[in-house]
Ligand binder design. Structure first.
Ligand code: UD1
Length: 421
């Protein structure tokens, strides 16, 4: 167990390089199982979640090797020898459920423990399963395991998602690329990570049209080859550093970003009064310190990302006036609010909204990272809070941010990691 200790610092200044996207690399590692040969994935963010997905692949019989200072992964799918994902790994990370589509396709049977309830809501997997069912799989749930089976190949099908779920779109897409016939996913998620997965699968020989729109058409092929792919930059990590600049009245350049992917965040920051300018692969963020209250509502892409809700709430707790932050994607994603209040923030929860009364100052306190993005929000608050902030349970933060303490220190933050027994 480690903690982060943060003391108020001068405005952040300098350049920070954004890592590859966690939410892209996880499905892409799972998808590499579908190939007949070896794949090389570049721009790997070396994170706990990535290690869990790699452990899962090794467990079921694939070869996984980190290269080039862990920035690259070589995956040799080999002959997958096991169809059951272990509870210990799935329980640690919900995204392990993404192994189901590739495993079912590859071996005709996939047994994956039902992902446990998660701090940010119930997060069911019914849409994933409806997709597999429509493609001819039999689904059974027993003893906490979901088992999907198919005799021969999955069959192409027309699938309408009741909600544009990112995970369901990815799982069904991975199952469809080697299915017999054409699959269409309607009301599909259109997040950049879906496009990245489709780009990788296409480079392996898959036939996919429409990724990045709400209708994806996949024409099944008989085999896929290994390929090389470079992961897109992490738009949520980037958004978090943009807010770090804004909340400290800083002047920061983010390198290795796709500004288009950050449009909803950039637009909101401009409304708040932060200066944001975009180049081809970089974004410059400057703030004079005057922050306006605004309303924010999380929505599927290209709406404001739910994964940035906690961080923007931290920023708005310093704005002038009253902001309303409404969470529409996950029903219980306000765990950070209680902790921010311990730091002096004035926030009230009403149903799915947080009413944020901006305050002149926050004060450092002992707080707990209840989940990944909640933890990020506490770091941001700690950067501008008076005195010392001590964050416990930071393993949640390490699931999604590459060396966040080092990157912030390089920008001038006073942040230390303290290892505990
Ligand atoms: C992914 C991201 C996560 C992000 C989320 C929404 C990864 C590894 N994680 O999570 O960081 O916050 O997208 O942008 O990429 N739902 C159902 N049934 C299902 C599946 C989902 O009802 O079968 C609901 C969920 O409960 C939630 C909503 O759909 O309310 C969105 O979930 P989804 O898009 O699936 O999120 P994840 O893929 O889990």
């Amino acid at each position: 167990m480690s903690r982060l200790i943060i003391t108020e610092a001068a405005p952040l200044k300098g350049k920070v390089r954004i890592s590859g996207a966690k939410n892209s690399v996880l499905p892409i590692i799972a998808a590499s199982l579908l190939a007949e040969g070896e794949s090389t994935i570049e721009e790997i963010p070396y994170l706990n979640d990535v290690r869990i997905m790699c452990d899962l692949l090794s467990y079921i019989g694939a070869g996984v090797e980190f290269l080039d200072n862990r920035s690259k992964l070589r995956i040799i799918p080999g002959s997958v020898s096991c169809s059951t994902a272990p509870y210990e790994l799935v329980n640690k990370m919900r995204a392990s459920f993404l192994i189901m589509g590739p495993l079912l396709t590859k071996t005709g049977i996939a047994r994956v423990p039902l992902p446990g309830g998660c701090a940010i809501g119930s997060r069911p997997v019914d849409l994933h399963l409806k997709g597999f069912l429509a493609m001819g799989a039999e689904i059974k749930q027993e003893h906490g395991l979901i088992e999907a089976r198919v005799r021969g190949r999955l069959k192409g099908a027309k699938i309408y998602l009741d909600f544009p779920s990112v995970g369901a779109t990815e799982n069904i897409l991975m199952a469809a690329v080697l299915a017999d016939g054409v699959t269409t996913i309607e009301n599909a998620a259109i997040e950049p990570e879906i496009v990245d997965l489709a780009t990788y699968l296409t480079s392996m020989g898959a036939d996919i049209k429409g990724a990045g729109t709400d209708t994806i058409r996949i024409c099944g092929v008989s085999s896929l080859k290994g390929s090389s792919h470079s992961i897109i930059p992490d738009r949520i990590e980037a958004g978090t550093y943009m807010i770090a600049a804004a909340i400290t009245q800083g002047d920061v350049v983010l390198e290795n970003v796709v500004p288009d992917h950050l449009k909803p965040v950039s637009a909101k920051l401009r409304e708040i009064g932060v200066e944001v300018s975009e180049e081809l692969t970089s974004i410059h963020v400057r703030s004079s310190g005057k922050l306006n209250a605004v309303d924010v509502k999380t929505l599927p892409y290209p709406g404001f990302p739910t994964d940035m809700q906690a961080q923007v709430t931290a920023l708005l707790s310093r704005a002038r006036g009253t902001s309303i932050v409404t969470e529409t994607i996950f029903e219980n994603r306000f765990m950070h609010v209680g902790e921010l209040k311990r730091m002096g923030a004035n926030i009230k929860i009403e149903g799915r909204s947080a009413i944020v009364e901006g305050r002149e100052k926050l004060t450092g306190a002992l707080v707990k990272a209840t989940d990944l993005r909640a933890g990020a929000a506490l770091i941001l608050a700690g950067l501008c809070a008076e005195g010392k902030t001590e964050i416990s349970d930071i393993e949640h933060i390490d699931r999604g941010y590459v060396r966040i303490d080092e990157k912030l220190r390089a920008l001038g933050a006073k942040i230390e990691r303290v290892e505990e027994e």
